[in-house]
Design a protein around this ligand. Structure first.
Ligand SMILES: Nc1ncnc2c1ncn2[C@@H]1O[C@H](COP(=O)(O)OP(=O)(O)OP(=O)(O)O)[C@@H](O)[C@H]1O
Ligand SMILES: [Mg+2]
Length: 271
């Protein structure tokens, strides 16, 4: 599989006295859906900023499609990377949501007819059609966030980085967002998605889960591997979904409620 973004022996500090990342190597493959977990302050957002050229490594390099991200190729590479942060403020430039989403497309010299079609299409996928004529400033935090994500998706980046981007959404909006993301993934199967999240219940959605602890990768693998590495999560202060804990306790293989119930039935425990 080809890598879309790679960190090669990357070290980073804001303050020389406190190194945040030391010699970190990490590769993200094309079309995979990643979940990055880790306690507060462990370096997740720093990694996201290094991957988008908002920060540059003190040592080592960051590659996009095999090319080192440098100041002189940054603007070209940025067009292919979409990032949405936790705080939706300062992510808007348009007077209406529609204008805001269109703004990114305008920069790509998309015709106005095509622009209108794309904005409507993505607004429908993200279920924000009713917000298109509104002033972004007049929206709630969660609505702003949905619009910000829509604006990024409309640009069809090769890699989408969500840095706790859905933490403001209410449970039903989170569910809708998952559905939207599913549609997007079907539409653009080559897009890689990297989700930095504290939502442990989402763990089974990811193709690959990465656990960071003080800037180091202490676990990397699929949901099934999590079952055999519960201690790494515990040590990092991450409480796993109850289904996983219970499955481990009962010494069975289950990663979600349905599987757990099936396994319990097999064990003849469910009456
Ligand atoms: N601009 C900055 N200047 C100085 N230190 C910073 C800066 N940004 C982050 N840090 C420090 O770097 C460390 C890693 O921060 P980072 O934001 O990458 O953590 P995180 O894993 O994203 O945490 P969270 O889950 O809280 O978002 C923290 O100790 C933080 O205090
Ligand atoms: Mg962060």
């Amino acid at each position: 599989m080809t890598n879309i973004v790679e960190l090669e022996n990357v070290s980073y500090y804001y303050d020389k006295e406190k190194v945040i990342l030391k010699d970190l190597s990490l590769a993200f493959e094309v079309s995979k859906y990643y979940g990055i977990y880790g306690a507060n302050g462990t370096g997740k957002s720093t990694i996201a900023k290094l991957m988008t050229g908002l920060l540059f490594p003190k040592k080592g390099k960051v590659l996009f499609k095999g090319e080192r991200i440098k100041k002189d190729n940054l603007s070209l590479i940025r067009k292919q990377i979409g990032i949405v942060f936790q705080n939706p403020d300062n992510q808007f430039v348009g007077a209406t949501v529609e204008e805001d989403i269109a703004f990114g497309l305008e920069n790509r010299q998309v015709s106005s007819q095509e622009m209108h079609r794309i904005v409507s299409e993505y607004a429908e996928i993200m279920q924000i059609t009713d917000l298109l004529k509104k002033d972004p400033e007049a929206l709630s935090g969660g609505q702003k966030q949905k619009c910000a994500i829509c604006g990024i998706l409309a640009l069809t980046p090769a890699v989408l980085i969500l840095d706790e981007a859905t933490s403001m959404l209410d449970p039903s909006s989170k569910k809708e967002f998952k559905k939207s993301l599913g549609e997007i993934r079907k539409k653009y199967p080559l897009m890689s998605i990297i989700s930095i999240t504290h939502e442990i219940e989402d763990m089974s959605d990811f193709d690959e889960i990465i656990l960071l602890d003080e800037g180091n990768i202490v676990f990397q693998g699929g949901i099934k591997d999590v079952l055999n590495n519960i201690d790494a999560f515990k040590k990092s202060g991450i409480h796993l979904p109850i289904v996983i804990e219970l499955a481990k306790e009962l010494n069975i293989q289950a990663i979600n409620k349905t599987e757990l119930i099936d396994q319990l039935c097999l064990l003849n425990l469910k009456k």
